[in-house]
Design a protein around this ligand. Structure first.
Ligand code: 5GP
Ligand code: ZN
Length: 118
């Protein structure tokens, strides 16, 4: 399958991994938007949150807890962090393999505070 994140899961593409278990991998984003910018992904290819179903409920919970874990390990627990998943074109999703962004390490601009028009 022609998916960058599946290739990272398979080890065909390199990544700076910070966490891995049977179902999940977390690694540094290649173009960080904050001092800490990690991506948490399921090993199984799910294109986006929009493609998830009730059968994925446990996996989705585990992804959130993996995000909490890597955020803590990156030292973000006290000052805080953001977990976000871009879903579809209006959100600017570029990689169609479900991923949680974990952002922190500085004050973050708030993308959900108001709608931005061009
Ligand atoms: P989104 O699909 O939510 O817009 O974002 C995809 C994210 O994946 C971007 O932040 C981008 O920098 C990151 N990314 C794209 N290709 C690679 C890659 O090959 N390796 C890593 N580590 N991150 C990537
Ligand atoms: Zn994939």
């Amino acid at each position: 399958m022609d998916c960058i994140f599946c290739k990272i899961v398979e080890g065909i593409l390199p990544s700076r991994k910070v966490y891995e278990d049977e179902e999940i991998v977390a690694f540094h984003d290649i173009e960080p938007l904050a001092p800490v910018h990690l991506l948490v992904i399921p090993k199984r290819h799910i294109p986006s949150l929009e493609a998830a179903t009730a059968e994925d409920a446990e996996l989705l919970g585990r992804l959130m807890l993996a995000a909490q874990r890597v955020a803590r390990e990156a030292g973000l627990a006290d000052k805080g962090y953001r977990v976000a998943t871009n879903t579809g074109p209006d959100a600017g999703q570029l990689v169609f393999h479900l991923h949680l962004h974990v952002l922190g390490g500085d004050k973050l601009g708030n993308p959900v505070s108001r709608i931005q028009h061009d």
